[in-house]
Design a protein around this ligand. Structure first.
Ligand SMILES: O=C(O)c1ccccc1NCC(=O)[C@H](O)[C@H](O)COP(=O)(O)O
Length: 205
């Protein structure tokens, strides 16, 4: 199973988690997040070849997103706010693959995603909560059993070591990767490589 570790912000920690060879590492550029990348991080440490970098933005302008992608050499962007299909299309047209995130609850209507289908490489389904992301709680994955859209997605929201056996057994249509964040931290934005290692091992065997 492919794995994204999100909310990286400190160079030694980025290198330590990178050494575990996740498929994606996420960097949050949202001023209200405790995981916001500091302005002092002007370049990323070397990462394993297969590890793609994702910039996470919330209601940011296309110009600012493009500037950050160019500055840090990010591979994809994850849009975690109220971004429109037109903004996703603008970024994709600029050669930046888009992951559009959606907050999910029992009433979520997947038909609302149809306008995003042509302009997104991936979706990300996260738990609806007080914050746009990083709420640390899981949603009922069964809601994804009826997913029929052609866009592959990341599953996010409070994923923890205890979920590993169930995630391994998941056979959901469109599931592309899982996203790990606050449940693997010693403090916001500082990942615990010693807890991530067994999670990655369990998800990959
Ligand atoms: O994590 C944040 O602080 C955050 C804040 C604002 C927008 C997005 C954010 N995180 C993006 C992610 O992809 C998280 O990994 C995802 O929300 C799941 O987080 P968690 O519930 O803590 O596992």
């Amino acid at each position: 199973m492919r794995i994204k570790v999100c909310g990286m912000r400190q160079p030694e920690n980025i290198a330590a988690v990178g050494a575990l060879e996740p498929d994606f590492l996420g960097f949050i550029f949202y001023p209200k997040s405790k995981r916001q990348v500091p302005a002092t991080l002007t370049e990323l440490p070397a990462l394993p070849a297969g590890c793609r970098t994702v910039g996470v933005f919330v209601d940011e302008s296309t110009a600012n997103i493009r500037a950050k992608v160019a500055q840090l050499g990010l591979d994809l962007v994850q849009l975690h706010g109220h971004e429109t299909p037109a903004q996703c299309a603008e970024l994709q047209a600029a050669g930046i693959p888009v992951i559009k995130a959606f907050s999910v609850d029992a009433a979520f209507d997947f038909a609302a995603l149809l306008p995003y289908v042509p302009s997104c490489s991936f979706f990300l389904f996260d738990t609806k909560g007080e914050q746009p992301g990083g709420n640390g709680t899981a949603f009922d994955w069964n809601i994804l059993r009826g997913y029929t859209l052609p866009v592959p997605y990341f599953l996010a929201g409070g994923l923890d070591l205890e979920h590993a056996p169930a995630l391994r057994e998941l056979n959901l249509p469109g599931l592309y990767a899982v996203d790990l964040n606050s449940r693997f931290e010693t403090q916001p934005g500082l990942k615990d490589a010693a807890r991530l290692a067994p999670m990655l091992r369990q998800l990959r065997t």
